[in-house]
Design a protein around this ligand. Structure first.
Ligand code: GLU
Length: 320
């Protein structure tokens, strides 16, 4: 027994000495999306930058794969995640308790926005699908519950007057599974709201005859007119091998969000890590190529800025 006590005492001394030299360790988690998406890269990249200064700040960051935008906002609200990536439309709906959210999350806070995310429909060539309306009667993967594509798909179906009953088969596969399911001829088409170029989509194009479908028309124009967070979007043919024409659709921005309950310095250090290593961050995915700091502090943000982000942007002269 004596021996155990001695060991415990020595350990306690060692920890006390450690604490005097370094900040108290604190953990933060970033909710991302499926591993084939860009959110996963966003989260992993931010954590990598945050963890470079762990010794000074005490902050340790991890970014697990999750169900996507809606799941992330709900997990932040529940206190299960510190920050997360979410589509700008879902940021608005989450704040106000609309769409996929039953109640307003008044403490939702914006940090910055990231890359554009076109609403993307991919279909087998032999399905004959050439427009969103052509999905009627087909086997369609509408996205896993909790994902941003599923939430926006619900919005588009409502705007176009379609329901799940209009499809011959509805599946709710995760983003990581849908390209393979299409090429295995289990579904005709899937929706994905994601930054381009995307590896899993390119893989589908290379493994089975398939392509993008334009998502345009009056209902889509209406959505864009009524909502600041929706805008026309183009998926350039140049982003993919084997695609010859640009695809016209509409889209949102990926945004980075948190809760008002998260300490100011944690958000400040996170923003600082990204903005002071901006070129390094931009190099981590081709979807980040056109990012500018000026746009990131305002575009697609409907929730109030978190005070930790605001503090950094003021210091950096990015906002007044
Ligand atoms: N936009 C998708 C979502 O909100 C995720 C896309 C990605 O993983 O990059 O769930």
């Amino acid at each position: 027994m004596n021996f155990v006590k001695t060991v415990t005492a020595a350990f306690a001394l060692a920890s006390a000495a450690g604490a005097a030299n370094a900040q108290e360790e604190r953990f933060m988690t970033i909710g991302t999306g499926g591993q084939t998406g860009v959110y996963y890269v966003v989260g992993q990249s931010i954590c990598r930058l945050v963890n470079r200064t762990s010794e000074e700040t005490g902050i340790k960051c991890t970014a697990p794969s999750t169900g996507g935008s809606v799941a992330n906002i709900n997990a932040i609200k529940a206190g299960d995640q510190t920050m997360g990536v979410a589509q700008s439309d879902q940021q608005y709906y989450g704040l106000n308790g609309e769409g996929s959210f039953e109640e307003p999350f008044e403490n939702l806070r914006a940090v910055f926005s990231v890359h554009p995310e076109p609403f993307t429909v991919v279909a087998r060539a032999d399905s004959g699908i050439e427009s969103f309306e052509d999905l009627a009667g087909k086997r369609v993967n509408i996205g896993n519950p909790g994902s941003g594509q599923r939430a926006t798909m619900d919005v588009v179906m409502e705007a176009t007057g379609m329901t799940e009953d209009d499809f011959s088969l509805v599946s709710e596969l995760k983003a990581t599974e849908q390209a393979q399911a299409m090429c295995d001829n289990k579904i005709d088409a899937f929706v994905y709201q994601v930054g381009h170029p995307n590896g899993s989509i390119q893989e589908a194009f290379s493994s089975c005859e398939s392509g993008f479908v334009n998502v345009t028309g009056e209902a889509i124009d209406g959505l864009i007119e009524e909502n600041d967070f929706y805008a026309t979007a183009t998926i350039p043919a140049s982003a993919y091998e084997g695609i010859e024409e640009d695809t016209e659709t509409f889209g949102v921005r990926a945004t980075f969000v948190t809760s008002a309950d998260v300490p100011e310095d944690m958000v400040y250090e996170t923003v600082k890590a990204v903005f002071e290593n901006f070129d390094r961050f931009k190099d981590l995915h081709p979807a980040f190529a056109n990012l500018t700091k000026e746009e990131m502090v305002s575009a697609g943000l409907s929730a109030p800025l978190h005070p930790g982000a605001e503090k950094y942007y003021k210091e950096a002269g990015l906002i007044e």
